[in-house]
Every structure is written in structure tokens, then in C-alpha cells.
Design a protein around this ligand. Structure first.
Ligand code: GLN
Length: 487
């Protein structure tokens, strides 16, 4: 039996009764098991998922109203808490952590009828761009198994691309939704800072972290955002801004929309396939009626150093809680409290997490705070002003999502700086709190494999509707999202 592929169609079919939520759920679980070589899942929630799907079917049979995501299977990055379900952030330190509460996004999606089927693999504590920093091994890219799916939300992206689930959630601190979406040939949306509650997200860098959806279509991403956005009393950083029905924004019309391109910034160090796909994407948007405008972002070239100072500083503080006392891994055979702290952390954090804690502690230390952390925050303000000025002239800003197509597993693991530089186009959105989306815009053909390329659009704060409208119009005018990976 074949099932509808998108969240929108699944919901419709469940409503009509042409499939049951349980059948859809079983199919998602079967596909996730069949996709095991990708290592996209840390855990499948088989029993819980089937029970909830049965509840949706019962509600339908009883004639009760069904939510906007009724019967839609969804996967969660393993740094999003589900009560009683092991949540690890792909770290050994949380190998046995079972949170006593649900993240707000889990509540909201389940209230809308979504079925959470599993927790996805990611870089440890969301630190990375390739999913190779996971305590549970790397995720493989469904387009080419020896390549990275991107990171840090690589498992969520791979699970959606491989057709295990139509929707998944990730977190994006410096690109971790947009870059894996780009690498896996799907849609990934990082909402405005404050748009989606982070209650129940294991914190990495609190002034940058946002939760957002992955889907195979822009419409599905819009559906998920509508279900989870909005103020939450449990997260003081969530914003009191009304939530529109994002699906209604997808009119296909971008006539007169002004799209800014920071030419100088995107001209350096970009792979030739990416450059060509990006230029062609701009032509598509122009043909659809948008005007393409040159803009300048004079401080964008400082975004990488600023990001890696701010995120490591915040991470060193956030990760201080994993000390072997309250929860998480505790080293055995220690004699003093100090030894317990240091051995627990030494044994259970991976090398990248340690590197960032050490860097972050250094940049916050008394002698260096002014030179590094404070300076970074000042440059962050200059970057914000660049964007404020740009958004007086344009409605959206376009860039490639990643300067390169998906690279080989192991290719950059010995050189953290090379890995960090790949985040050049994504970190700004987080530093200035703006929404960004990645949509498929082409492929690089290499060694017989098709390697996906993504177009990134950024918008004004809380104007996800405009972002989604342009992304959807682009999707309607192209066929990239119709391709399916071989694995
Ligand atoms: N790749 C970036 C980093 O390593 C972003 C990670 C993220 O967005 N969680 O920090």
C-alpha cells in the first residue's frame, strides 16, 4: 500500500479515512528501520507512537475534530525532551537521561495530532556541522553514503530526505537546520529568535538557539511552524507576537518583492557548482517577478569569529550543569568531589564539546573578557545594524546556505577551523535573531552522485510568512524538491 508523502496529504487522507493514522505510523516506523544504515535515529518510540496513532483513529471514529497535523509522523532531534523517553543530545554524558517533562513544541505538535516516532542523531550538544561529533556515530547522507548529511541536525534531515517521516524538528544555533537541509536536498526553517518556545530544548548557546522544522515541501514546514509557534509562559524569551496561519501566505506570488544579494560577501570561497546554482536560483526568482538588488553587509566577514566566541562562551556556562551530581554520567572509583566533577566530564564529553568549553571559559575569563567576549558582542551589534539597513531597502536577503556541497565523512574532522568556516553564510541569522530558510536549488554532480545544494533566504524579524511565500514560489517554479535520494 502506498501512502501520501507530505504532511498535508497525510492529514487529508487520515481525515477522509483513506488511510488510518496507525497504518501511516507503521509505515514510518518500517521505513525508519529499513533506513538503519543511515544511522539517523538514536531511538524509535514504537509503542508510544502506535498508541498515539490509535488515539487519533479513535478520535476520528468518534467524530471528534482532528488537529492540523492529525496522524502525521514526526521525528525530533535528540536534544528535545520527551517525558520519560531517553534524550541524550547524542552525548555519553546523557546516555541514561529520561527527562521528567515534555518540551513545549512536543506538547503543541501532539495537541495538533502529530505522532512522534523517534529521536534523531545529531552532533553532541548540537556542536558541529557534519554530525560526526555524535557519541553514537555519524549519520550518512542518503544521497551519497560516504558523505555527511550536514549538522548538527543531520539525523532529522536524513530521516526526512530518506522518506522515513515527512517532518522533523531540529535546532539551529548557527545553521544546524539550514545547512543539513541544504546537504540533504530538503526544506529547513530557522524561525526568528523568540518565535518558537525553547522550553525543553537542551541548551547550547541561549542567545542563538532556535527550534525549527524540516520538510520536503515549504507547505509542510509552514504547517509545522503554525502548530508550534507562539508565546510560552515557560520560556521567557518567547515573544508576544501573533502567529499567522502560515499556509495562507503561500500564494505563489512574489511580484515586486525585493531580494537583496550581498555580492561582495558571497563572492569569495564559494564552490563553482554552488555559485552556478545560486545564480540560477536568482534568475528563477527574477523571472517570477521579484527584483534582485545588490546590498552590502560590511561586517558579515566577522560573523564566524563573533559566532565562535559567543557560542563557546554561552556553551561553557550552559554545560557547567553536567557535573555528575544532579543527572547524567558519573565517573566511578573517585575519591574527592573535585575528582568526581572532572573525571565525569572528562570521560563523558567528546573532544569537540571539550574544545568549546575550554575556548568559552577562556574568552570569559577575567583577563580576556574585554578583548574577546565583549568585543564580539560589540561587533554583533554592528552586524545587526548592517541587516537593519539592508532591510530598509529589501524584503529578503539571499545567499547560498553552504559554500560547498556535502563533503566526505572524515574530510574535515582533523581541521576544526575548516569545519567552522563552512558556517559562514548561516551564523549571521542567529547572531541577529532573524529567520532563515534553506530550499533545494540544484545539485553538484560528483563521482556519479547527485549532491544537493540549498538556497538560503533570510527575512525581517517575525516575517516568516514572507520568507515562506518566496520559498514556496521558488519551489513551484523548480523541480529540485521532486528528486528523491537513492538511499
Ligand atoms: N555548525 C555550527 C556549530 O558548530 C552550528 C551548530 C548549530 O546550529 N547547532 O556551532
Amino acid at each position: 500500500m502506498s501512502f501520501p508523502e507530505t504532511a498535508r496529504d497525510i492529514r487529508k487522507a487520515v481525515l477522509e479515512g483513506s488511510v488510518s493514522a496507525v497504518e501511516v505510523c507503521r509505515a514510518a516506523l518500517d521505513r525508519s528501520i529499513a533506513a538503519q544504515p543511515l544511522n539517523a535515529f538514536n531511538l524509535l518510540m514504537t509503542e508510544r507512537a502506535l498508541e498515539r496513532a490509535a488515539a487519533v483513529d479513535r478520535a476520528r471514529a468518534a467524530g471528534q475534530p482532528l488537529g492540523a497535523l492529525a496522524g502525521v509522523p514526526i521525528a525530533l532531534k535528540d536534544n528535545i525532551c520527551v517525558r520519560g523517553v531517553r534524550t541524550t543530545a547524542s552525548s555519553k554524558i546523557l546516555e541514561q537521561f529520561h527527562p521528567p517533562y515534555d518540551a513545549t513544541v512536543v506538547h503543541r505538535l501532539e495537541d495538533a495530532g502529530a505522532i512522534v516516532v523517534g529521536k534523531t542523531n545529531c552532533d553532541e550538544f548540537a556542536m558541529g556541522s557534519s554530525n560526526e561529533n555524535s557519541a553514537f556515530g555519524p549519520v550518512r547522507n542518503p544521497w551519497s553514503l560516504d558523505r555527511t548529511p550536514g549538522g548538527s541536525s543531520g539525523g532529522s534531515a536524513a530521516a526526512v530526505a530518506a522518506g522515513c517521516v515527512p517532518l522533523a524538528l531540529g535546532s539551529d544555533t548557527g545553521g544546524s537546520i539550514r545547512q543539513p537541509a541544504s546537504f540533504c536536498g530538503i526544506v529547513g526553517l530557522k524561525p526568528t529568535y523568540g518565535r518558537v518556545s525553547r522550553y525543553g530544548l537542551l541548551a547550547f548557546a541561549s542567545s542563538l538557539d532556535q527550534i525549527g522544522p524540516f520538510g520536503r515541501t515549504v507547505a509542510d514546514a509552514a504547517l509545522a511552524l503554525s502548530a508550534m509557534a507562539g508565546v510560552d509562559g515557560a520560556d521567557a524569551t518567547s515573544a508576544h507576537v501573533a502567529v499567522p496561519e502560515y499556509g495562507a501566505a503561500l500564494t505563489g506570488n512574489v511580484q515586486g518583492l525585493r531580494i537583496g544579494v550581498p555580492r561582495a560577501f558571497v563572492s569569495e570561497g564559494v564552490d563553482s557548482h554552488v555559485r552556478r546554482a545560486f545564480d540560477e536560483a536568482l534568475d528563477v526568482l527574477r523571472d517570477a517577478g521579484a527584483s534582485i538588488v545588490d546590498i552590502e553587509l560590511p561586517h558579515a566577514r566577522y560573523a564566524i569569529p563573533v559566532y565562535y566566541l559567543v557560542c563557546t562562551a554561552e556553551a561553557s556556562s550552559n554545560l557547567a550543569r553536567y557535573d555528575g551530581v544532579k543527572y547524567g554520567y558519573r565517573a566511578a572509583g573517585v575519591e574527592t568531589l573535585q575528582e568526581m566533577y572532572s573525571r565525569s566530564r572528562d570521560q563523558a564529553f567528546g573532544p569537540e564539546v571539550k574544545r568549546r568549553i575550554v575556548l568559552g571559559t577562556y574568552v570569559l575569563s577575567a583577563g580576556y573578557y574585554d578583548a574577546f567576549y565583549l568585543k564580539a558582542q560589540q561587533v554583533r551589534t554592528l552586524l545587526r545594524r548592517d541587516y537593519e539597513e539592508a532591510f530598509e531597502r529589501v524584503d529578503l536577503v539571499a545567499m547560498p546556505t553552504s559554500p560547498v556541497p556535502p563533503f566526505r565523512l572524515g574530510e574535515k574532522t582533523e581541521d576544526p577551523l575548516q569545519m567552522y568556516l563552512g558556517d559562514v553564510f548561516t551564523v549571521s541569522a542567529n547572531l541577529v535573531g532573524l529567520p532563515g530558510i534553506s530550499v533545494p536549488c540544484g545539485f553538484a554532480g560528483q563521482d556519479g552522485a547527485l549532491l544537493p545544494i540549498g538556497l538560503q533566504l533570510m527575512g525581517r524579524a517575525f516575517e516568516e510568512a514572507t520568507l515562506l511565500r518566496a520559498a514556496d514560489a521558488f519551489e513551484r517554479a523548480t523541480r529540485w524538491h521532486k528528486e528523491a535520494p537513492p538511499n
